[in-house]
Design a protein around this ligand. Structure first.
Ligand SMILES: [Zn+2]
Length: 140
């Protein structure tokens, strides 16, 4: 099974039980909503995922690193942007009440067919700067 297929139908329970750690590299053009940020169809999304238990609670740690091509909103030229996301998500069982999504404290419901790929795509989209621009003054 390719990592792509495995991530689309991710067995979160097995992952927690086995205390697995995954290092993955997925081409950016596998993410439909991120294709427009791909640089020469060569961008790679690097992912590290592991699980920790703390006082009986399980947390998924996710690190995402990717180079994206963004458009500067000042000069409209494209530029390279390195995005790194490091976050921890609480995993809750299905019968526990699921609170509404909060950006700073996202909970993941424990189910067999979790779409990790879509989750990663959402996290990248949420982390994109709303007004990307060159670090230096590009218009004088
Ligand atoms: Zn610019």
């Amino acid at each position: 099974m390719t990592i792509f297929k495995k991530f689309q139908n991710f067995d979160l329970k097995e992952f927690i039980d086995k205390k697995e750690e995954i290092y993955g590299k997925i081409p950016l053009n596998n993410f439909d909503r991120l294709k427009s940020f791909d640089k020469n169809e060569s961008s790679i999304v690097e992912i590290v995922i592991n699980c920790i238990s703390n006082h009986g609670q399980n947390f998924l740690n996710l690190t995402i690193n990717v180079n994206l091509l963004l458009s500067c909103f000042r000069c409209l030229d494209s530029f390279d942007y390195n995005l790194t996301i490091t976050d921890s998500y609480e995993i809750v069982r299905k019968n526990e009440p699921l609170e509404p999504h909060k950006i700073d404290n996202i909970k993941i419901e424990l189910s067999a067919g979790f779409n990790l790929l879509e989750f990663i795509e959402d996290e990248i989209l949420l982390s994109l700067p709303s007004s990307p621009k060159h670090e230096v003054d590009c218009i004088n």
